[in-house]
Write a protein that binds this ligand. Sequence first.
Ligand code: C2O
Length: 457
Amino acid sequence: MSSKDNKAHLHRRTLLKRSAAVMLAGTGLGTLATFASNGHRKTSAVPFGADLGDAPFGFGVRKDAHSLTADSDDVRMYRDAVGWMKARSLENPLDPQGWAQHWAHHSIFCATNTFQYQVHYGWYFLPWHRAYLVNLEQKIRRILNEPTFALPYWDWTRNPTIPSWYFGENNPLNNTTRLQTAEDVLPADFLEVGPSLRAVKWHHFGGRPRIPGDLQVEGTLEQSVHNCVHNWIGGEMASFDGAGNDPVFQSHHGQVDRLWEAWRAQGGRFEPEEYEWQNHEFWFYGPNGLIETTRVGDTLDTERMGYRFDDLSYEHTLTPENTPVYDGSGVELGKLEPGSKELADIELVARGDGPGRVSLNYERMLLPMHPFHHRLFFLDEDGGATFVGTFTILPIPDLRRGLERRVTTQVEVPPQALDALLKSRRVRVVGVPVALKGRNIPVQPIPFTGVSLTVEA
Ligand code: C2O
C-alpha cells in the first residue's frame, strides 16, 4: 500500500467511524427475506454496519434495456432488489438500505437551492450521477449476493419508448405517476445527441464550474437530452424531488452515463483538471448502511467502479424529415447581429476548418416553477425559419431562498442554423414552448437577461 493509499484508507476509516455515530436506527435483517420473484429465497448478504472494505463488490456488464425482457437476469434482479428495498422502507422510512432513503438522497442533492449541495446546473452533474448509480448497483449486488448484477441502460436513440418491463401492476419497477406508456414515442429532436457529443470542451459537454456568486451553466448533455427525457416521461421523473423514486431513472441515467463514455471514446476530450473538480467528494449510504465518500477524480474509470457497458454506440435521431418546423407561434427572445469579426469566426466553424463551436446562450434565467421546454428557431428578415435546438430546464422548489438561482443555457448552433445566420447576418431568436401530453405548462417566458452568441475555437 503506498502512503497515499494508506492515507486515503485511514481517512475512510475515520469517516466510517464518524458516520456510525450519526447512523439512524438500523433495523434487523432478514424480516423480508423471501422477496425474490423467482421463488428462490434471498436474504440480505450484508449485516448492517459491516465493514465492506474499499473495493467495489463484483463486476457487471451493463446491457441495453430493450435487449432484455422481464425474465432476463438483470431485470429480475433489479425488480427483486427494488421490491426488497421498498418493503424495507415500509418498515422504516429512514432505513439507509431502503428505497425511500435512496430516493431521498437524490432529492437532497437535486431538489435543493443550497449551493453546496446542488449537483445539477453545472460540472458535477455527470460524476455525481455516475456515483449514485454505482451506489445502487453495489447495494443490489450485496442485497441479492449477485456480484455480476448490472443496471440496464435505456438507449433511447435506438428505442425511443420506455422499456415495457418497467410497467405492470405490482411491479416494483413501475411508477404510476408517469404520463407516458410503453407505446408512446419520444420526439426525435428531444434525443439528438450530436450537439453534446460534438463538444470538445468539458464546459460545453458537461457544464461549467460552479463558483459561488457566479452564474451556473449546464452542460449540453444535461440540459438537452437528459432534461428533455425526464420532462417527457412526466410525473415524478419531471421533478427533482420525485425523480429518484421512479426506477426508470436508473436506465435513463445509465444512458447518460454511457454517452459520457462515448464522448471520451472519441479521443481528444478531457475532464476538468481543476482541483475543485477532481477532489470534490460526494457521500452516499453504502451497501452496509454506513456513509461512504466518492472522490470525483476516482469516478473516471468505470472498470474501477465495477462495471462497463456492453457497447458505446448510439444513433443520430434528427433527420431532415423529422426536424421541427416553425408554426408561427412562440415568443421572441432576442436578436442576433454578429459583427464582422464574429461572422468571420462563424464562417470558419461553418466550413469545419478546425475545432470550433458556436453557442446560443440564454442568459441568466430565473429557475422556473414548471419545466421549461423550448424549441429554438432563427427567423431571418424574409420570414424564413431554421430550427436550432430543443432544451429543457427543470425546476427546483424553494425558489425564493436559494443562494444561486440563475442559470444560463448553452445550445449549440448546428450547421444548418450557422448557414442561416451567415446568409441573413441578422436573425430573430424565437422560442416555442413544447406541449406535452397530460400537462398544461404556462407558455410565458421566464425572466432572463437576453440571448447571446459565443464563438470559441
Ligand atoms: Cu439528478 Cu436526471 O437528475
